[in-house]
Design a protein around this ligand. Sequence first.
Ligand SMILES: Nc1ncnc2c1ncn2[C@@H]1O[C@H](COP(=O)(O)OP(=O)(O)O)[C@@H](O)[C@H]1O
Ligand SMILES: [Mg+2]
Length: 255
Amino acid sequence: MSLLKVESLTVRYGSVEAVRGVSFEVGKGEVVCLVGESGSGKSTVLRAIGGLLPPEASADGSVLFLGKNLLKLPKKELDALRGNQIGFVFQEPSLYLDPLFKVGDQVAETCFIHHPDRDCRRQALLSLEKVGVEDPVRVYNSYPHQLSGGLKQRVNVADATVNGPLLLLADEPTTALDVSTQKVVLALFRRLKEEGSSILFVTHDFGVVWEIADRVVVLKDGRVVEEGSVFDLYREPKHPYTRKLVSIFKELAEF
Ligand SMILES: Nc1ncnc2c1ncn2[C@@H]1O[C@H](COP(=O)(O)OP(=O)(O)O)[C@@H](O)[C@H]1O
Ligand SMILES: [Mg+2]
């Protein structure tokens, strides 16, 4: 059984149909990359899965997680899943972290909301250690402005994974980072996968897809236009958008 099963998902912002009958699955321990040009509906799909759509949006279809339809789940049950069994990493780490609080306390808070019985300070330190932060105590006690972009993104991943989620939703988590920091953060996602996490990863960079994906789902104008293993797409991209994406990657790889 797959961990996540999205079926005929349609999302409207008023009269704008941003996502139109999208279906795909994410298996246990699988990394699925959602790719597509800007405006194709990638973020909307992720927000619909995570219950983070803005109030003006409406969603139809179903998003089954562990057999429960997240689109129909009462808010209390959804809140119990989010940050706990489902973690998020967003593109811009600065927007995600609160400038007024120590980053470690923010990670500990994510633990405490769901598991007040645990030693959350320790869990937060462990989580920072797991994402490869060299001096977890110093980072724990830092405010966001004292950290580099790469460190802030690691803190985000530490926050998203502090409760050991089954599914990680990541919306272009490396796009705002410089190339060398991107590599570090991608390596981190690969490790999470090796440890058994399922990841739904949004990107528009086939280089990133190549590094971490098992399967790829290609969106265009809110619809799935192609889907397959990363090798199939690399060898034989069918849709013109996918062909373009892969050919840019191949050209770069030749340098
Ligand atoms: N809050 C919103 N209100 C109205 N339209 C929106 C809103 N958010 C996104 N859209 C529209 O939905 C479509 C898909 O957007 P998005 O999911 O952000 O695409 P992507 O992440 O692939 O760039 C776009 O046409 C965008 O303009
Ligand atoms: Mg987006």
